[in-house]
Write a protein that binds this ligand. Structure first.
Ligand code: NAD
Length: 337
């Protein structure tokens, strides 16, 4: 199937080409993200393939439909970048990669947490300069701490197992409790108690209208003083300005981010020779107790192989007229889901 692949990096191309070798879809690679400006590139392509920061708004959907596109294949798990109502209304099928490696993301949570906690980023720079002082590098044992996990789907469930391995008390909050996660010794609780009791809070629920700014001035005020917050899910779960205030007041003792609400203008590009105009983001980078990675939690060899294999299988299923197993419908973003 002729597919316009947007937001393409060299690594996307090599993994997709390898997965496509047997299937022979005609993949045409475009560097820019799909949005209202670039949508003309998709004209006459029955399928488009997009990633996390493409913007498939209602006007983009309309233009895709007018150009003959029938399939939007997301090569990611999250689908908050697509107007699903508009897609359904225009008769476009949306498919995604629901699971590719929950381990990649859950393990990155620990990388961020321990970098923040043990100040690895500062220690790395000091040692390179011959500074072996330990002042300012004091961390805490994870053993015995309370680890709060918001959303115990595929990633949250793996993280719960890892957190138990460290000897943490694990609290969880989810709209659907998972008995397998509870059987590990995890205690499900309401969000308020999780925030109040956790030394570490890690976010793993999707970005939905009802989860936007789940971490805000009010919920930060209810958090245990000195807690560490980790967000590898979606930037919009966190009100960044409120988090900056909480870092300034010391209510939050550490922050690890792999996602940022306005990341579409920053992440996945080398902007090192440009002036970054996002003052909120730049303020975050000034804190010694904040570590930010640019949406790389998923970025392991295993995850890229699985993303490419499922994306190609999704396109093949659609091309052969089979019921798309990984389709996403507007009901997925309605309250109660
Ligand atoms: P999943 O669908 O398996 O799990 C999400 C969980 O969140 C489900 O158990 C669901 O019931 C729960 N949930 C939904 N609404 C909730 C609410 N209001 N409060 C609490 N819990 C709620 O998804 P997953 O594969 O575990 O991924 C989680 C998120 O991680 C994705 O939505 C995606 O945004 C993000 N993600 C980030 C990266 C990265 O590289 N940083 C990679 C993959 C996924």
């Amino acid at each position: 199937m002729k597919t316009a692949v947007f937001s393409t990096k060299a690594y996307d191309r090599s993994f997709l080409d390898a997965a496509n070798r047997e299937q022979g879809h005609e993949l045409v690679y475009f560097l820019p993200a799909l949005d209202e400006e670039t949508v003309p590139l998709a004209a006459d392509f029955p399928a488009v393939c997009v990633f996390v920061n493409d913007r498939i708004t209602a006007p983009v959907v309309e233009a895709l439909a007018a150009g003959g596109t029938k399939l939007i294949a997301l090569r990611c798990a999250g689908f908050n970048q697509v107007d699903l109502d508009a897609a359904e209304g225009a008769g476009l099928t949306v498919v995604r990669v629901p699971a590719y490696s929950p381990y990649a993301v859950a393990e990155h949570v620990i990388a961020l947490l321990q970098a923040v906690n043990r100040r690895i980023h500062r220690a790395y720079n000091r040692v390179r300069e011959g500074n072996f002082s330990l002042d300012g590098l004091l961390g805490f044992d994870l053993h015995g701490k309370t680890f709060g996990i918001v959303g115990t789907g595929k990633i949250g469930a793996v993280l719960a197992r890892i957190a138990h391995g460290f000897g943490c008390r694990v609290l969880a909050h989810d709209v659907r409790e998972d008995p397998k996660v509870a059987a590990l010794g995890t205690t499900y609780t309401d969000l308020e108690s999780l925030f109040a009791e956790s030394d570490i809070v890690s976010l793993h629920c999707p970005l939905l209208p009802q989860t936007k700014h789940l971490v805000n001035q009010e919920s930060l005020g209810r958090m245990k003083p000195g807690a560490t917050l980790i967000n590898t899910s979606r930037g919009g779960l966190v009100d960044t300005s409120a988090v900056i205030e909480a870092l300034k007041s010391g209510r939050l003792a550490g922050l690890g981010l792999d996602v940022y609400e306005e990341e579409a203008d920053l992440f996945f590009e080398d902007l090192s020779a440009t002036i970054i105009k996002d003052d909120v983001f730049m303020r975050l980078t000034t804190f010694p107790n904040v570590v930010i990675t640019g949406h790389q939690a998923y970025f392991t060899r295993e995850a890229l192989e699985n993303i490419a294999a499922t994306t190609i299988a999704n396109i093949t299923a659609f091309a052969e007229g089979r019921k798309p197993e990984n389709a996403v419908f507007p009901a997925a973003v309605r309250p109660g889901n």
